[in-house]
Design a protein around this ligand. Structure first.
Ligand SMILES: Nc1ncnc2c1ncn2[C@@H]1O[C@H](COP(=O)(O)OP(=O)(O)O)[C@@H](O)[C@H]1O
Ligand SMILES: [Mg+2]
Length: 254
């Protein structure tokens, strides 16, 4: 066994919405610069788990989280943790594209403006670089001052990804980012994610088995708040250890 340098380590994570236990002791680690897919039937806790990784559940009332989650060895639930900084390090993309009702440029520059960047030339460079990495530059380069809301859903989603990239995250969380999109837009986002993993660690929730098997290195299967198994994607899809995984990936439920 070689030494494993996980970027995120989560141990025995329980999450309660009020009294309802939505995560029942999940332990899951992530290697840098890999794509990990979280799969499982609706309601099994995929989104809930994803949100624990950048403390987005903190925004929901009456949520209790126990266990530990470390990013680069630091406990992200420590009272000392700056959650604004954490959410820059660990960016998030949602199912429904959620651009702000601003220009394309201002959407991508948003985080830079917030952090007080004044250097316009530097900002232009970062906006362009982020849009290029998000594979949407050619679509928008001639209309950066147009409203992001004028774009197609697939373009909006890629602009939202560019907005996350602009603040230089280490980890990108995506919650079913293509499930509201057509197949061509989805394919563009899939190939973009495979390119992005050269620089970023990616965790993606997907209910699309083909998508998980096409783009992810590792797959984690959740069921009713438990992590059932996690491993190399090829192994999970061809020779899983657990019967429940086999049943799910072969379409027997879910
Ligand atoms: N904000 C919330 N308040 C209360 N219960 C929630 C909330 N969000 C999710 N849940 C519940 O937690 C469980 C896991 O939900 P979720 O993480 O959204 O599952 P998935 O993403 O796998 O479909 C479900 O039973 C769901 O109803
Ligand atoms: Mg979900």
């Amino acid at each position: 066994m070689t030494e494993q340098n996980f970027i995120i380590e989560s141990k025995d994570v329980h999450l309660y919405y009020g009294k309802k236990e939505a995560l029942k002791g999940v332990s899951l680690d992530f290697m840098p610069k890999e794509i990990t897919a979280l799969i499982g039937p609706s309601g099994c806790g995929k989104s809930t788990y994803l949100r624990t990784l950048n403390r987005m559940n903190d925004l929901i009332p009456d949520v209790t989280v126990t266990g530990t989650i470390k990013l680069n060895g630091k406990d992200i639930y420590s009272p000392k943790m700056d959650t604004v900084a954490l959410r820059k390090e660990v960016g998030m993309v949602f199912q429904q594209p959620n651009p702000f009702p601003f220009s394309i440029y201002d959407n991508v520059a948003y985080g830079l403006n917030i952090s007080g960047m004044k250097d316009k030339q530097k900002m232009d460079e970062i906006v362009e670089k982020s849009l290029r990495r998000a594979a949407v530059w050619d679509d928008v380069k001639d209309k950066l001052n147009k409203s992001a809301l004028s774009l197609s859903g697939g373009q909006q989603q890629r602009v939202c990804i560019a907005r996350v990239l602009a603040v230089e995250p280490e980890v990108i969380l995506l919650d079913e980012p293509t499930s509201a999109l057509d197949p061509i837009s989805s394919a563009k986002i899939e190939s973009m994610l495979v390119e992005l993993k050269e620089r970023y660690t990616i965790v993606i929730v997907t209910h699309n088995m083909q998508q998980a098997s096409r783009i992810s290195d590792k797959t984690a299967f959740f069921l009713q708040g438990d992590l059932i198994e996690m491993g190399q994607t090829r192994k999970i899809f061809t020779n899983p250890k657990e019967q429940a995984t086999e049943d799910y990936i072969s379409g027997r439920f879910g």
